[in-house]
Design a protein around this ligand. Structure first.
Ligand code: 6PG
Length: 461
């Protein structure tokens, strides 16, 4: 009997199955797409079994069965559950490893619970390479079911530089997929920050692709040690197959998306989470399609400040911290609203290796939340407070230079505005409250006494 099963054998499912096998567990693989099973069958050995029917697959697994569903999110997951249900036994464990919407996962978790089936919604990050050699895993559901699959998940997950696995129980119900959604919102935010810095480097500092690649490589060994820095270096230096140019200069500047970052924004709005940088990153992708492209590209004829490159590095480091801070802020608010006990240090640890947003800063975030410390805002932590104090001047310089040049910096500006606001005791919302009370008697709170107040406003004749 096989110890683990995988449904869906396209590149992610196949690589995860191989990863399980490579760690000494026996695994069965099944797909409704026969050519996928045929391709999988090439790896067949005493620990890896290709299956061609639902029955053959389910019956090949030891009980309680542990099945990873690695298929396209949405209806296919519901169809798979319907197919599986009559074949399963109480106590079996299903893991949905796709990028499912957390609302769907809540519903599926409850439905499966009624049938005595454990359902784990698990975020998987790291792409094809991660799936094979060590992804970051974010499993949510009931803890007992997690414990049943923990040995396999811990074996296949990426490891932090200290050798700790990038997987741990996230929390109940759909919290695993929620955390993956937040991961993706942060991913959108940091990617947009990189592209704005790239825009300033090429248009104001006048750097070539190779020069920019070298700058990012230096930052990767400096203040912004991160997977996204590493791949930016590689993307910028890659030559084109079809022309003598760099490929980056021939990639159409329209950003696509499958929408998981957008979902974070949707729920952020529902919760009232101030995730402005994620919002700007989502909208920047919309704008990349919506712009009419009728204008002229910026040509900067002004001075290039001597400290520009240094300021850009400091800005990227600080705005990356803001992206994480907004992610953790939404998680904190979601945990309260949905009554989840989330373990923030474990979430940071899960992201320290394997995933797209991995960076050495996550270790500092893990420390900031250590011992279950409650932080409303990451920048309350002394390390991040100091980072803000040290780098905010650089960010102000960068944003004001971009404003002068006419270069849009939606996420760099939003990061700056977040930092200018987050500890600010005198934001001007008192005027909004006065206006609301004026036109609609919506009432307001006072800063000098308890209670709710309404004013009879004098109309200026
Ligand atoms: C990951 C990624 C991945 C996601 C891609 C593309 O963690 O491995 O988040 O799950 O699908 O990044 O996302 P978009 O198509 O929305 O950019």
């Amino acid at each position: 009997m096989q110890q683990f099963g995988v449904i869906g054998l396209s590149v992610m499912g196949k690589n995860l199955a191989l990863n399980v096998r490579n760690h000494g567990f026996s695994v069965s693989g099944f797909s409704i797409d026969k050519p996928e099973v045929d391709a999988f069958a090439k790896y067949e050995d005493d620990k890896l079994k290709p299956c061609y029917t639902w029955e053959e697959f389910v019956n090949s697994l030891e009980k309680p069965r542990k099945i990873l569903i690695q298929i396209m999110a949405g209806n296919p997951v519901d169809q798979t559950l319907q197919k599986l249900l009559p074949l399963l036994d109480k106590g079996d464990i299903l893991i949905d490893g796709g990028n499912s919407n957390f609302h769907d996962t809540t519903r599926r978790f409850e439905e499966m619970e009624k049938h005595g089936i454990h359902f784990i919604g698990m975020g998987v990050s790291g792409g094809e390479e991660g799936a094979l050699n060590g992804p970051a895993l974010m499993p949510g559901g009931d803890e007992e079911a997690y414990n049943g699959v923990a040995p396999i998940l811990e074996a296949i997950a990426a490891k932090t530089p200290e050798g700790r696995p990038c997987v741990s129980y996230i929390g109940p119900s759909s919290s695993g997929h929620y955390v993956k959604m937040v991961h993706n919102g942060i991913e959108y935010a940091i990617m947009q920050e990189f592209s704005e810095v790239y825009d300033i480097l090429r248009k104001i500092a006048g750097k070539s692709n190779d020069e920019m690649s070298d700058i990012f490589a230096k930052w990767n060994n400096g203040r912004v040690h991160a997977y996204l820095t590493e791949i930016t270096t590689n993307v910028l230096k890659q030559k084109d197959d079809l022309t003598p140019d760099h490929i980056i200069d021939h990639i159409m500047n329209i950003a696509s998306y499958k929408g998981t970052g957008n979902w974070m924004l949707e729920d952020g709005v529902a919760l009232g989470a101030p995730i402005s940088v994620v919002a700007e990153a989502v909208i920047a992708r919309f704008m990349s399609k919506a712009t009419t492209r009728e204008g002229k590209s910026v040509v900067w004829n002004g001075d290039v400040p001597e400290d520009l490159i240094d300021n850009l590095e400091k800005s990227l480091q600080l705005t990356q911290a803001v992206a994480y801070a907004q992610g953790f802020q939404q998680l904190t608010m979601a945990a309260k609203a949905y009554d989840w006990k989330l373990r923030y240090p474990s979430i940071a640890q899960n992201w320290e290796a394997g995933c797209i947003i991995r960076s050495s800063m996550l270790k500092d975030i893990e420390k900031a939340y250590a011992d279950d410390k409650e932080l409303d805002v990451l920048f309350q932590d002394p390390y991040f407070k100091e980072l803000m104090e040290n780098n905010i001047h650089a960010l102000r310089e960068v944003v004001s230079l971009a404003v002068k040049a006419g270069i849009p910096t939606p996420t760099l500006s939003a990061s700056l505005n977040y930092l200018e606001s987050i500890f600010n005791p005198s934001l001007p919302a008192n005027l909004i409250q006065g206006q609301r009370d004026y036109f609609g008697a919506h009432t307001y709170l006072r800063n000098d006494r308890e209670g709710t107040f309404h004013t009879e406003w004098y109309e200026e004749k």
